[in-house]
Write a protein that binds this ligand. Structure first.
Ligand code: NDP
Length: 283
């Protein structure tokens, strides 16, 4: 029996429809500020997509372009100005930054209540401590929302994550631990990765290695989440060999149409939640 496809596109549409209805019922639009430093072509596409997705639900998205030649002080001044601007509810800095900038330092300048990517050290710490005040990074949040929709009870499940980045692997490990999963985080130095993956009830591939996860790495009946976005000969694929793995797994996300749309939807949701917290008296 082939796996049930976890339809991130549909689930994301449901979230966006809900947000559009909520926003339509308020007296003003939430504002998301996107800081883009330099002109990395991939970043330009991501920023355009965020702008379009925000506009579709009635959210304003202000793109603040900073030239690659800008100094650290100039970038910090812009972020501090956005922190103080009461019209702005959420701020994200599009990553990766040009090499001369220290990402962790830049992210730490964003006020934690406006950090709708959840990448600042304060939000990462709050998530690790299982605080309800944490703004949770969009991709891990989207993964858990999709898992809850399809697999329902995550308690006690063994989740294996391939990748330990600050934006996917690490926050996802915290989030799944907070959902009472037993979590194993793997990385490029992990020994015998296939046999560890084979123990997973939930297997999340977030390593950026095209179709690395094969059918014989996957336990029968597992839920397999593919976060990877890779381009091979102009063709988009994930970190999981979808065609063969879907014959073993019980649930699987496609690429595209899985975690990508969920990530955008969760960013919009975080911005809406930030707006509500900053405007407690609104209806
Ligand atoms: P990073 O490059 O920051 O991290 C990759 C992680 O994978 C590292 O921890 C690395 O290990 C590990 N890794 C790399 N190669 C291997 C290997 N052969 N075996 C085991 N582990 C390995 O990537 P990101 O976390 O930012 O992104 C991962 C993937 O997810 C990318 O394809 C990216 O495009 C995609 N992505 C998709 C999103 C979406 O919305 N769908 C959002 C964000 C990312 P080590 O730490 O040892 O170097």
């Amino acid at each position: 029996m082939t796996a049930i496809i976890m339809d991130g596109k549909q689930e994301a549409l449901n979230v966006r429809k809900f947000l559009a209805e909520e926003i339509a019922a308020t007296y003003s639009s939430p504002v998301l500020a996107v800081v883009q430093v330099g002109d990395n072509p991939a970043s330009q596409v991501y920023v355009r997509n965020k702008h379009k997705a925000a506009a579709e639900i009635g959210m304003e998205c202000r793109i603040c372009y900073v030239p690659e030649t800008a100094s650290e002080d100039e970038l910090r001044d812009l972020i501090l100005e956005l922190n103080d601007n009461d019209e702005v509810n959420g701020i994200i800095v599009q990553l990766p930054l040009p090499k001369q900038f220290d990402e962790l330092k830049v992210l730490s300048w964003i006020k934690h209540s406006k950090d709708v990517d959840g990448f600042s050290p304060i939000n990462a710490g709050l998530l690790q401590m299982n605080s309800p005040e944490a703004v949770v990074a969009a991709t891990p949040q989207g993964i858990v929302a999709l898992l809850k929709h399809y697999v329902a009870d995550l308690r006690g499940k063994h989740a294996v994550i391939i990748g330990r980045s600050n934006i996917v692997g690490r926050p996802l490990a915290d989030l799944l631990l907070n959902q009472d999963c037993t979590v194993t985080v793997t990385h490029s130095k992990t020994l015998d990765l296939p046999s560890i993956c084979k123990q997973a009830d939930i297997l999340v591939a977030a390593c950026g290695c095209a179709e690395m996860v094969k059918a014989d790495w996957v336990k029968k009946g597992a839920a397999v989440i593919d976060v990877g976005i890779n381009r091979v000969d102009g063709h988009l694929c994930g970190d999981v060999a979808f065609e063969e793995v879907k014959e073993v797994a019980a649930y699987i996300t496609p690429v595209p149409g899985g975690i990508g749309p969920m990530t955008v939807a969760m960013l919009l949701k975080n911005t809406w939640n930030a707006y509500k917290k900053q405007n407690p008296l609104m209806k």
